[in-house]
Design a protein around this ligand. Structure first.
Ligand SMILES: Nc1ncnc2c1ncn2[C@@H]1O[C@H](COP(=O)(O)OP(=O)(O)OP(=O)(O)O)[C@@H](O)[C@H]1O
Length: 274
């Protein structure tokens, strides 16, 4: 892992009318790591992701990519940097096959004809690069795939485009135990392949199984971003539900305009039962 985060946000504010949803948010995501973004319903996770992916403009704050200041004014800017988001609804078309879905809107052509062999080869290589062996045929309609396979295709689609940062919105929310394990393995592999991965999840088992760092949002403030090995399940739950964890030595009551991002726990309990 490099010391410079691939993505760094500083002082991000975002309001909808009179409602301030993000307040002075700092956040980092490192190449080769999974960063879990946690927070209760309404904490601001989706809003933060939409700011990163260029869907929402921010009111204030700075974005650094590879250590350099960048502006993200729309989804194209985010895509040009290599930022891809896999949303919970996956946005796959049931009536198209895997290759068609992976290249939807970005089809390869030779002249005016679709270059099917190249697309098929690139799709196969991408899935092989992710060690995905559960898909029988690339020409299978997505409607015939299991939930886990659909998630896999959506993730593969995101990494097909030289992505450097992939944000996954609750990728295991609709999955059973075995499929969840497969998708988490894939999430880990993305990071092991050098991508920065941001995982939004409400599931603490998933978070602790796969993340290197945990970033906790509480009422629009980043109350902690710590190494997963330095925090326990119950401390994360405290951060999510109360915005603080006494045993972590984080701010007792985060004041507006402050945040605990980057705070190293004063009293970490490495290896504590999770
Ligand atoms: N377009 C909008 N206009 C007004 N308020 C909004 C808008 N989008 C989000 N909000 C508000 O911003 C707050 C944060 O919402 P957001 O969806 O980012 O939270 P979240 O952490 O992703 O929640 P969940 O886990 O339920 O998806 C909520 O209070 C929500 O009502």
């Amino acid at each position: 892992m490099s010391a410079t985060p691939l993505l760094e946000l500083r002082g991000i504010d975002k309001s909808f009318g009179p409602v301030q949803v993000l307040r002075d948010v700092a956040f980092t995501a490192h190449a080769g790591e999974v960063t879990a973004l946690v927070g209760d319903n309404g904490a601001g996770k989706s809003t933060l992701v939409k700011c990163i992916s260029g869907i929402y403009p921010t009111d204030a704050g700075q974005f650094l990519f590879d250590g350099r200041p960048v502006s993200i004014h729309g989804p194209r800017d985010a895509a040009a940097l290599g930022i891809e988001v896999v949303y919970q609804d996956l946005a796959l078309c049931d009536n198209l096959d895997i290759v068609q879905n992976m290249f939807l809107g970005r089809e390869k052509r030779t002249g005016i004809v679709l270059d099917e062999p190249t697309m098929e080869q690139m799709a196969a290589e991408t899935l092989a690069g992710l060690s995905v062996r559960t898909v029988k045929s690339l020409r299978q309609h997505v409607s015939s795939l299991s939930g886990g396979q659909r998630q896999t295709v959506a993730i593969a689609k995101a990494v097909l485009w030289n992505s450097r940062l992939v944000i996954l919105d609750e990728p295991t929310a609709a999955l059973g135990v075995a499929q969840t394990a497969q998708v988490l393995e894939l999430v880990r592999r993305l990071a092991d392949n050098g991508l920065a991965v941001v995982l939004i999840s409400h599931n603490m088992n998933d978070v602790f199984a796969v993340s290197d760092r945990i970033a906790a949002l509480y009422l629009g403030q980043m109350v902690a971003q710590v190494k997963t090995t330095d925090i326990t399940h119950s401390q994360v739950v405290e951060l999510i539900t109360a915005g603080r964890s006494g045993s972590l030595g984080l701010p007792a009551d985060p004041a507006p305009g402050s945040n605990g991002n980057g705070a190293e726990p004063a009293d970490p309990t490495p290896g504590a039962a999770r």
